[in-house]
Design a binder for this molecule. Structure first.
Ligand code: ATP
Length: 324
């Protein structure tokens, strides 16, 4: 309802909209309209009200509120249900709890900040308030558990494609990072819950650094992190517009996977990747596992990385890969 109210106020282009017409459109009372307006104000919308004229939108907040994101959002599955919170420990944590309680395919959890954003293997992901897009998607894909890692590739491709719409070109480092100038702009963490042979749900968590200036990153991240605003000459970017584009590409590719498998994803992944053809060092994901160097030559049909070493070709399903 609040999304429709915001839409009506925006359509009026700075004119007043009567409480009566909003009430009529939504088939609710004028008192109920007033309550929704109050809630929007609490969320940061500046809305003027005048007797006998109605309501007028003065300013919309730069927040990732569903009432903003869902306006003009062209998706079928992803984002049909959205949960917004100003601050969370980790969006993956909330999304997993919602998924456990039956949240539908495509449910989104988005926050302005994460106080304990998670990377792989319990590493921390820096997620400051209002400066990035920190979100998770609940997926219930029609694929086998062995194919779940390819959802990480799908997410990376979706984000690369979405950012291309804004002329922002990021390179995908196998499997889950998007880089600018060798530094990470987007991190992805995919977590799966299921039985042997059957996925119950997958949660894909994404952190996109949007408006973080270079000197705003904590000192230890400065050599390894970058943001989209840095890529655009320190211009402040609209998180709402970028988030909409990301959800749209995500939705499109997710439907493609459910209908036709991962062929198209792997093709697009190769197009956006910066790993193939490079000398790499691989540290196995298995505790105490091996560590070897070689040249990354391809990804196979499972999305695993094929590395040519002096002892022949080796296939890497999970691990840390650094490009040298
Ligand atoms: P790596 O980036 O070291 O190859 P990874 O791909 O597994 O590892 P994650 O575990 O997904 O990375 O993310 C955690 C790591 O990302 C941290 O160890 C830190 O180096 C880096 N990092 C943390 N916050 C950010 C951020 N906001 N932007 C970019 N990099 C970050």
């Amino acid at each position: 309802m609040r999304k429709t109210i915001v839409e009506m106020l925006k359509r009026a282009g700075g004119d007043f909209v009567s409480g009566e017409s909003i009430a009529g459109e939504l088939k609710i009372s004028r008192t109920a309209v007033w309550k929704h307006i109050q809630k929007l104000r609490d969320n940061g919308y500046e809305i003027l009200s005048r007797e006998r004229c109605g309501y007028k939108l003065k300013d919309a907040p730069d927040l990732l509120l569903p009432s903003e994101i869902q306006i003009g959002l062209d998706t079928q599955v992803v984002g049909a249900e959205m949960h917004y919170q100003p601050s969370v420990d980790s969006t993956n944590h909330i999304a997993k709890a919602l998924a456990y309680h039956g949240a539908p395919d495509g449910t989104i959890v988005v926050a302005e900040e994460q106080t304990f954003g998670k990377g792989r293997r319990e590493r921390n992901f820096y997620s400051p308030r209002g400066k990035g897009i920190w979100f998770s998607v609940v997926l219930r894909p029609k694929i086998l558990p062995k194919d779940a890692p390819q959802l990480t590739l799908m997410a990376a491709v979706a984000i690369a494609e979405a950012l291309n719409r804004f002329n922002l070109k990021l390179g995908i480092k196998w499997p889950n990072d998007l880089l600018f100038d060798g530094r990470k702009v987007v991190g992805i963490l995919t977590e799966m819950t299921g039985e042997i042979g059957r996925i119950t749900y997958v949660v894909v968590g994404v952190g996109i650094n949007v408006n973080i200036a270079r000197d705003e990153f904590p000192e230890e991240l400065r050599p390894v992190a970058a943001s989209l605003s840095e890529m655009s000459g320190d211009e402040e970017l609209s998180r709402v517009k970028i988030f909409r584009a990301v959800l749209e590409e995500f939705d499109k590719l997710y439907r493609e996977v459910n209908e036709n498998g991962f062929g198209e994803i792997l093709r697009l992944w190769r197009k956006h990747n910066v790993t193939l053809g490079k000398k790499v060092r691989v540290i196995s994901a298995v505790e105490g596992g091996e560590n070897f160097g070689g040249t990354a030559v391809d990804i196979n049909e499972d999305g695993a990385l094929v590395v040519e070493t002096t002892d022949g070709k080796r296939t890497v399903y999970a691990g840390d890969v650094s490009i040298r």
